[in-house]
Design a protein around this ligand. Structure first.
Ligand code: BMA
Length: 844
């Protein structure tokens, strides 16, 4: 049997050359955490300040110019005859020389693959020293770029020359913190005869989604030596989700062979569904490798995993509009309600299963059923995909290519192929995984945006990866998953024999970035200007929550242009774009706190506008995947959940927009309409009351509209034009949240100064607020983290007519906060859009 021993203790870190400051160099060896990275080791040793605070990022640029050494002693018996001893490194970040007992074992240059190194010769008995030397990673990347031939990229540093997460070098939401270290588990494995090298349970449905499932368990073995070539046996056991039904089967691995396939047939499979469509039953698959019975070897190795059974098709067929991009799960077309996922921490070893669970739960609670793991990060650990399996959140996985040209020559080609093979195989068991995607924006950048125009025309840029290598790896290693070459992509569509440009709304996927970068979210040039088949990126920035911002940024005074604030705003011209959003919609904020609320509000409204537009076009539009759910540090960004894991107002807007039953006011053919979007399996027939309301709350007109939306369908009803004097149209129907459409911008000053009656009481687990509106109130919110950083309010961004009341619950763990419930109703905490109107009027 393989014995495994983790090697996480007793490591030290030393700077061995390059640009380390005197105190770091003088410190010598400091204790190192494995899995970990140099920054967190230095932080623990008190040698650097927290990189996430204030302007500390700027003080740490030397880390990418410093050589590092990780070292530990290993006491392990020398190998016995026939025994193999491997050093297994699940992740090395990145360019490194690994040695043991003074002998070089390997040179590595890829963060995205694992390494299994033969330790036998190094183990002489007694103590062996394990050493991992990491030359300055930025310098190493530059050298690789020289070697390969420099290639264009749209973010700093030659991240495209080294297989290291791209955003490590700085991104438009991420700091430049160039990590180095052993970022994933390290262990020793001792084994004899043979071991399980790779197990791939490929699930197919030969008779379609309603028939039996066949699990073809592809088993690859590694034999200990040429002598150990006898017949082995691979056996697989599949337990049903309740553990009651068991299918088992075994096959020989013939003498001299290194692979076998065990077929398990499940007659009546319990299907895994995205949440909102059904349950997430998970089977348990156990695979064992058995040695020759006569030699008495018994079980040599074991492998186990959860496994979901579901039928999956990505429908990219042509229709009268163009080319679809629709996920079809178990025969059911699904509207992908999702977000892009970036590394949740610049130091990824800090993201454990509990943190993944929290984040995936935040996605699920916002109604999301898909996360796209974006190509500038990394293949997440199994914990992420397991969390998504359990939550019913589908995963679209990019291969790791983003915003740059990538040289296809060696050594890059070999690294890419190795990493792709390993990760495609690793993620096979996860039912949540629904797509392998070649790259982020590179095809678009090449074909349409001119990113690589200055490069020599004969230079490779990555097309060979996206069009040939990667689809071939997916087809060979996991033919059960669809592949697309990039995002955005027009899927090879042609019109009159001419290839359609990427990012075409009628074909495949779209990244809608004009809105944030150059336009406004509303109006005919906004999100409603296009009806894409699938929007895989679009977003609008906003600052983090107040608690997160003021934990990380301590400028006095704190302003949108104060020095540390700007270190935490990475977007090109980000401040000006935020201001453009305010200018179009809101009065000019009079204080920084008001600016903070205003920019968060614009962000939330922008995305609600986009998401509801996209959903209203289902099934023509089959996905809305916003940029982005999370952050890797405290920063102003497009995220819905900030760098400390707190929910921004945007998150509430997303939840409202992704509700299973959504009522939304949309223009249709130049006239107003009410759309019911029904993402449930039951028909939704409802009578909506539509009212046209003046600024003083007077109802100028009202009507009733019957909407009959079939299962997973929309219904659209035309509305009459608004009477003169209307400020807001509201539509209410049972089973859905209110739809609201303001016909004037808040900056026009028609929105009344809000008058509220508030009662607050201590409640189980927090504070209850009852807010009664005496005037029209738009976008009521409780910015609860200002009172208690751990507090979370049940709902926000609510529009109330005069006389209406709403009950809110602030969940808070803090007894001090609970002792002063009124703090949650204080000015600046209990806020609404009208506060900005009032402040602006007072300032005149
Ligand atoms: C897209 C993404 C990211 C970027 C985001 C915001 O280009 O793919 O590269 O962070 O837009 O600008």
């Amino acid at each position: 049997m393989v014995t495994r021993m983790t090697l996480h203790d007793g490591w030290t870190l030393t700077s061995t050359g390059g640009a380390a400051p005197a105190e770091v160099a003088a410190a010598g060896a400091v204790p190192a955490t494995v899995p970990g990275t140099v920054h967190t080791d230095l932080l623990d040793a008190g040698l650097i300040p927290d990189p996430y605070l204030d302007r500390n990022e700027e003080l740490l640029t030397w880390t990418g110019r410093t050589d590092w050494r990780y070292r530990r002693a290993l006491v392990a018996a020398p190998p016995e005859p026939g025994e193999r001893v491997d050093l297994v490194l699940e992740g090395v970040d990145t360019v490194a020389v690994v040695s043991a007992g003074g002998t070089e074992l390997a040179r590595t240059a890829n963060m995205h693959r694992s390494y299994r190194l033969d330790l036998r010769e190094a183990l002489a008995g007694g103590e062996t020293e394990l050493v991992v030397d990491l030359p300055a990673q930025l310098t190493a990347a530059e050298q690789l770029a020289e070697q390969l031939g420099p290639r264009p990229n749209v973010y700093p540093h030659p991240f495209n020359a080294v297989r290291k997460m791209a955003c490590n070098f700085g991104w438009d939401w991420g700091p430049e913190l160039i990590t180095a270290g052993l970022w994933r588990p390290v262990r020793l494995e001792r084994w004899r005869t043979a071991r399980l090298a790779r197990v791939r349970p490929l699930v197919t449905f030969p008779d379609g989604p309603t028939g039996a499932a066949v699990v073809s368990v592809h088993v690859d073995v590694e034999r200990a030596s040429v002598e150990a070539s006898g017949e082995l046996r691979a056996a697989a056991v599949l337990r049903s989700p309740a553990g009651t039904v068991t299918v088992r089967h075994g096959v020989p691995v013939l003498a001299g062979e290194s692979s076998a396939v065990v077929e398990l047939r499940v007659e009546d499979p319990q299907l895994w569904w995205p949440h909102g469509y059904g349950e997430q039953p998970l089977y348990a698959l156990e695979v064992s490798l058995e040695g020759a019975q006569d030699a008495g070897e018994g079980s040599l190795d074991e492998w186990s995993s959860a496994l979901g059974l579901r039928h999956l098709v990505l429908d990219t067929g042509a229709d009268e509009i163009g080319t679809r991009f629709t996920f079809v799960v178990n025969g059911q077309p699904v509207f992908a309600k999702g977000a892009n996922w970036i590394p949740d921490d610049c130091f990824p070893h800090r993201v454990d299963r509990a943190r993944y669970d929290r984040r995936v739960d935040q996605a699920k609670r916002a109604g999301m059923n898909l996360l796209r793991v974006w190509g500038g990060g990394f293949y997440e650990s199994d914990d992420f995909y397991a969390a998504c399996d359990e939550a019913g959140v589908m995963v679209w996985q990019d291969f790791l290519f983003a915003c740059a040209a990538y040289g296809e020559e060696e050594p890059q080609r070999g690294e890419v192929e190795a990493e792709a093979r390993e990760n495609v195989a690793r993620l096979v068991p996860h039912p949540s995984l629904v797509l392998w995607n070649g790259c982020n924006e590179n095809i678009w950048g090449h074909d349409e945006l001119g990113w690589f125009d200055a490069a020599p025309p004969e230079q490779t840029w990555g097309a060979g990866f996206y069009d040939e290598l990667l689809p071939a790896v997916v087809a060979e290693v996991d033919p059960t998953r669809p592949y697309s070459a990039g995002s955005p992509i027009s899927l090879g569509a042609q019109v009159d024999g001419v290839p359609v440009r990427p990012n075409h709304p009628d074909h495949g996927t779209v990244h809608e970035w004009e809105v944030w970068n150059r336009r406004d979210y509303a109006g005919p040039d906004g999100y409603r200007g296009e009806v894409p088949r699938f929007a895989s990126e679009f977003g609008w920035q906003g600052p983090p929550t107040w608690a997160t911002l003021t934990r990380a940024v301590h400028d006095e005074p704190l302003t949108p242009t104060s020095p540390s604030f700007l270190v935490h705003q990475k977007a090109e011209d980000g401040g000006a774009k935020l201001q453009r959003g305010i200018d179009a919609h809101l009065p000019e904020p009079t204080t920084f706190e008001a600016w903070h609320w205003a920019t968060q509000l614009v962000q939330a409204r922008a995305l609600a506008h986009g998401l509801q537009h996209y959903r209203s076009w289902w099934p023509r539009t089959a996905g809305a995947v916003l940029w982005q759910i999370n952050d890797c540090w405290p920063v102003t960004s497009w995220a819905a959940v900030d760098g400390d894991g707190r929910l921004k107002p945007l998150w509430y807007a997303v939840r409202a927009s992704f509700a299973d039953r959504l009522l939304t006011l949309q223009p249709r053919e130049g006239a107003p309409a009410l759309v019911a979007v029904n993402d449930t399996a039951q028909a939704w027939t409802t009578t909506a009351t539509v009212r046209w309301v003046a600024p003083d709350g007077a109802v100028l007109a009202s009507t009733e509209v019957v909407l009959e939306a079939g299962p997973r369908a929309t219904a659209t009803a035309p509305l009459p034009a608004a009477p003169a004097g209307t400020l807001v149209v509201v539509a209410d129907a049972e089973g859905a949240a209110r739809a609201v459409d303001f016909l004037a911008e808040d900056r026009e000053g028609l929105l009344p100064v809000p008058e509220l009656d508030v009662t607050t009481t201590a409640a189980e687990g927090g504070v209850a607020l009852r807010v009664t509106a005496r005037t029209l109130v738009r976008d009521l919110a409780v910015l609860a983290d200002k009172v208690d950083p751990a507090a979370e309010v049940s709902d926000m961004l609510l529009t109330l007519l005069p006389g209406e009341a709403v009950d809110l619950l602030v969940r808070t763990a803090d007894p001090v906060a609970q002792a002063d419930p009124d703090a949650f109703a204080a000015p600046g905490v209990l806020v609404s859009a009208g506060d900005l109107v009032r402040d602006a009027a007072a300032a005149v």
